[in-house]
Design a protein around this ligand. Structure first.
Ligand SMILES: Cc1cc2nc3c(=O)[nH]c(=O)nc-3n(C[C@H](O)[C@H](O)[C@H](O)COP(=O)(O)OP(=O)(O)OC[C@H]3O[C@@H](n4cnc5c(N)ncnc54)[C@H](O)[C@@H]3O)c2cc1C
Length: 645
């Protein structure tokens, strides 16, 4: 039976000859080299290892709905949960007693006693193994603490996260030598703070082009670091920073290859300077700065992972480091729900609670089901990370993309539902005798999350690159100049054999998948949808490759639609799996099914819309307009204002 999900034009597009397929492999050869400095190729560096189990999302993009990887929803072990409950309870009590988030927002400072108190509770060594004095929390428990803290004070959560998700402990635990671990990890467990310095004034999303240099001294025992790092969170208060810098290039195959190396830098070293503390729209309590390094002598023993491995280290660190973000923003979204539940009941207009007016009710329903989906995606990705044998790069990137964008929409809806009070500061509300609910602060704090640790646009490119990778890997050996004709013919026959069976399968309806049988009846159609749609996604991805060949790299909106579809499918799966688990544990409460059902109804419509506009759109027209706008040809639209600057 032909798949009814997408009746579009993809079959017509498929009539491309094999010469085109060979041409396309250049995506990974000539053109790949040309794109060397772009974000797309940077993703290559993030490959860590071979995993025992594949990525669930990666398989979705190949048309395989591997339900057994995510069903049943992974439950936290009892002892692990208990450990998490204890630390969360301690942190919660401490913060409520000692920290006023509105004061942090007003003064721009987190009181020292709060940082010291959190350090005493072990919060700066949460993931550090016990043998080095840390709490040795699992990824789930560490994320639970960040989720809790972020729901109360986002600035405080950022102090913890910048130090532990991307700061020195994380790369040190992943790649440090035993000597390095013994030297630094106990210091963090005691409360010292670290930071991660990658961004520079001229490089953000494309860090491969950084200009900070680290030149070896004559005796080769030290490196002299020179350069500036921008927006380094915790930088002004850190005692140790992981700094990425260019070391002398290597000659590979007769050509110069850039080397980026990661160094552990002590901030009390001569030549380290905080030039400026940066201030932002939100997150007023964070310590973030422009740092300057002038001839800073760093011993060669402080290189992490090895010369030339810095970019890989940064990106692999972010693979799991990025998981803190969905946990934190889900905490923020839950806080918004609590505000809306109270206010939309209490506030009456036109004779009834505002939550009973349909326009407001629709927002409330969507916020609730989306928060349930955010929670499901977050804890699924964290639990998969704790397994350590599954490739989670795509899941982590999707969790970051999905949750940060959803949180921004939810904070916006919350502000709208609070009306004028949503826009008023907590101090002002209190000043005239009302409850100081700081929705505007939460919204300001939430805005940065779609930018830091990989912007949404870069996340989509990263995910698209990874989704294409299995195809590119199959094709590229065919163009390898080192292989002889005989080898190539052998590879070619394997290639044809593979695609002649793989491709037709992508048009056939997938059966209801094994492993997902325990899904409640009401949700089965959604799981079937995901399974069918994954084939539609796989064939459209493949066809896009064939059709656009080298131009695909530039088709960012097409790639974004494919990634957005995959993200909806992942979120639907996580949501159905978690609802199934919750209902199996407490059959008396069917509410998880209702929330999953609503989320999936909305998400499946969004996914279908994305697929429908893959090849039917006006992207090229819009692109031309944007270019003309940048050339100043629509400047007349700006008439009548006092221009910026
Ligand atoms: C509060 C805060 C905290 C931070 N903390 C740290 C930290 O601790 N350590 C650190 O190293 N950095 C940190 N950063 C930097 C942060 O990671 C960067 O801001 C982020 O990577 C984006 O870089 P950029 O701002 O230079 O934007 P740019 O890279 O200049 O991008 C600008 C816009 O263009 C888009 N864009 C760029 N390239 C492409 C492309 N190829 N295709 C499509 N769109 C593209 C982006 O998505 C974005 O919308 C922090 C920043 C802030 C504001």
């Amino acid at each position: 039976m032909l798949d009814p999900v997408y009746p579009g034009c993809d079959a017509a597009r498929f009539f491309l000859n094999f010469a085109d397929i060979l041409d396309m492999t250049e995506l990974n050869t000539k053109q790949g080299q040309r794109m060397g400095q772009t974000a797309l190729e940077v993703a290559e560096e993030a490959r860590e290892q071979e995993w025992r189990l594949p990525s669930f999302v990666g398989e979705l993009f190949l048309g395989n709905f591997r339900s057994e990887l995510v069903f049943p929803f992974p439950e936290q072990r009892k002892e692990d949960r208990k450990k998490g409950d204890e630390i969360c309870a301690e942190v919660s009590t401490f913060l409520k007693e000692h920290l006023d988030p509105d004061e942090v927002d007003r003064t721009g400072e987190i009181p020292k006693k709060v940082i010291d108190g959190l350090a005493k509770l072990g919060c700066f060594g949460m993931k550090v193994p016990a043998e080095y004095g840390g709490l040795e929390l699992s990824q789930v428990n560490y994320s639970r603490v960040c989720h809790l803290v972020a729901s109360y004070c986002a600035s405080t959560a950022v102090w913890l996260s910048a130090h532990q998700s991307i700061g020195v402990p994380q790369p040190l635990m992943l790649f440090g030598t035993e000597e390095q671990k013994r030297k630094y990890l106990p210091r963090f467990a005691k409360g010292e703070i670290s930071a991660f310095a990658l961004t520079e004034p001229d490089v953000g999303s494309d860090p491969a082009n950084m200009s900070t240099q680290a030149a070896p001294t004559e005796d080769g025992n030290y490196y002299l670091v020179n350069g500036e790092k921008l927006w380094c969170t915790n930088g002004p208060v850190a005692s140790v920073i992981v700094v990425m810098a260019q070391t002398p290039p290597k000659i590979v195959g007769g050509r110069e290859k850039k080397q980026i190396t990661a160094f552990i830098v002590e901030t009390n070293a001569k030549g380290v300077e905080v030039v400026h503390r940066c201030r932002f729209m939100g997150l007023h309590g964070i310590q973030n700065g422009l740092l300057r390094f002038t001839n800073v002598r760093v011993p060669k023993e402080n290189i992490l992972l090895g010369l030339g491995q810095g970019l890989k280290l940064a990106l692999v660190t972010l693979n799991t480091g990025r998981l803190t973000m969905p946990a934190a923003v889900t905490g923020g979204a839950k806080w918004c729900l609590a505000v809306v539940r109270k206010w939309a009941n209490k506030r009456h207009q036109w004779g009834k609670p505002i939550g009973h007016h349909e326009a407001v009710a629709a927002k409330i329903a969507q916020m609730t089901s989306t928060t349930f989906a955010m929670d499901s995606v977050t804890w699924l990705a964290c639990a998969l990370a704790d397994r350590k044998d599954v490739d989670i790069r795509l899941e982590a990137a999707m969790a970051k993309l999905f949750c940060t964008e959803a949180c921004w929409r939810i904070s916006d809806a919350t502000l709208q539902i609070r009306g004028g009070r949503g826009y008023e500061t907590a101090d002002s509300l209190k000043g005239r005798g009302e409850e100081g609910i700081a929705v505007e602060r939460v919204m300001r704090d939430a805005r940065i999350n779609t930018i830091i640790e990989g912007t949404s646009q870069i996340m989509r490119l990263f995910i698209a690159r990874e989704a294409l990778d299995p195809h590119v890997r199959r094709i590229s050996p065919l163009l390898d100049p080192k292989r002889n004709m005989f080898e190539k013919l052998k590879l070619l026959s394997g290639f044809i054999l593979h695609y002649s069976s793989w491709l037709p399968k992508q048009w056939l309806s997938a059966p209801f998948t094994k492993g997902a049988e325990q899904v409640p009846q009401e949700l089965k159609r959604h799981v079937t949808f995901v399974s069918r749609m994954s084939r539609c996604l796989a064939r459209n991805l493949f066809i896009s490759m064939l059709f656009y060949q080298r131009g695909l790299e530039k088709k960012q909106r097409l790639l974004a639609r494919l990634v957005n579809t995959g993200t909806e499918l992942f979120a639907m799966t996580a949501t159905c799996s978690r609802a199934a688990l919750l209902v199996s544990k407490n059959p008396a409460d069917q509410s998880p099914i209702e929330l999953a059902d609503l989320f999936c109804r909305d998400a499946s419509r969004r996914a279908e819309r994305q697929i429908r506009s893959l090849f039917f759109n006006h992207d090229a027209f819009a692109y031309r307009i944007a270019r003309k706008m940048l050339e100043g040809r629509y400047q007349w639209v700006e008439e009548g204002i006092i221009p910026p600057g």
